[in-house]
Design a protein around this ligand. Structure first.
Ligand code: FES
Length: 309
């Protein structure tokens, strides 16, 4: 049982998340490494630990291609056959692997050492063709290097060095001058330590601090610039410029420039307000009856624009 063999690791993982269900992926990886693949019993065991309906966990396993619900080899060998790798010999590499291992894609060698798969771009096109073995990257794999690759992986497995099938200890490798795999050393820096018991509280406190953090200075400066370049504008909350805070007051978005805060916004009249009064209507009708306005317009028009009758 996982809780017998990986108790501390599982408890540490569960303490890392505010909700138990968030640990479903790392727990499935532990189960996959422990049992070789995810049997129905292993999936139900993970569901029990996380207090989830088993169906939820079965769905996760079915969704991700790196979860194996069937037996796979000690080494899951995945060859990228996307365009850059193909240009540089991926098909020849796959053909050589098939010949060397005596299997086709999606098959496992009779001794259970290797399963062969094609995959799409592994995001290392600058070192194409690329092969993953239990998620360890092996760069520049040509057909000529396949036998050396298989020999090296067999040696690692027999020496108990096989990386976990889930890739939890994955590394990346390149070739030495004498065609051996050499682990690429990378300085990842110190890993942050985490207090297993207080982690969820610390995460929540960090989230709250982020939510209540003041507006970033860059945003405040941008708001000021917009206000300065747009003297007559509506404020973000829909009030017009005259309703904006006193320029002497430091508002939510910083100090509002005086001209932006004080310049009045023209107020549009409603349809009722612009309707003519009865007196205006009568005067307009009289003008139309006498034709006075049109005759005055003809008198005042430039000479060239006058109508001839
Ligand atoms: S195409 Fe193979 S790694 Fe990108």
């Amino acid at each position: 049982m996982l809780l017998d063999t990986h108790k501390t690791e599982i408890e540490t993982l569960l303490a890392r998340y505010a909700s138990k269900r968030s640990a479903v992926l790392p727990l499935l990886f532990i189960a996959q490494d422990s049992y070789g693949h995810l049997t129905d019993e292993a999936i139900r065991e993970v569901a029990d630990i996380l207090e989830l309906p088993p169906t939820d966990v079965f769905e996760v396993v079915g969704f991700y291609t790196l979860f194996y619900n069937r037996p796979v080899g000690t080494w899951m060998v995945q060859v990228c056959d996307d365009v850059p790798c193909c240009y540089l010999g991926a098909e020849e590499t796959i053909a050589k692997l098939r010949q060397t291992l005596g299997i086709r894609e999606e098959q496992t060698t009779p001794d259970g050492s290797f399963t062969l798969q094609r995959v799409k771009c592994l995001a290392a096109c600058n070192r194409a063709p690329v092969v993953q073995a239990n998620l360890s990257y092996i760069y520049d794999v040509t057909a000529e290097r396949v036998e050396a690759l298989v020999r090296d992986l067999r040696a690692q497995a027999s020496g108990s060095e096989a990386a976990s099938v889930s890739g939890r200890q994955a590394e990346d490798f390149e070739w030495t001058a004498d065609s051996r795999l050499s682990r690429i050393e990378r300085d990842m820096g110190a890993m942050p330590t985490r207090d297993a018991q207080t982690a969820p509280e610390a995460e929540k406190a960090a989230e709250q601090a982020e939510e209540s953090a003041p507006v970033a200075p860059a945003i405040a400066a941008a708001e000021q610039k917009i206000a300065a370049e747009s003297p007559v504008v509506g404020s973000p909350d829909g009030t017009n410029a005259s309703a904006r805070p006193n320029p002497a007051v430091q508002g939510e978005f910083g100090t509002v420039p005086a001209h932006a805060a004080q310049k009045p916004v023209p107020v549009e009249k409603s349809a009722d307000e612009i309707k003519p009064t009865p007196e205006e209507t009568r005067a307009a009708q009289n003008q139309n009856l006498t034709g006075e306005s049109s005759q005055q317009a003809i008198r005042e028009a430039p000479e060239g624009d006058k109508l001839t009758r």
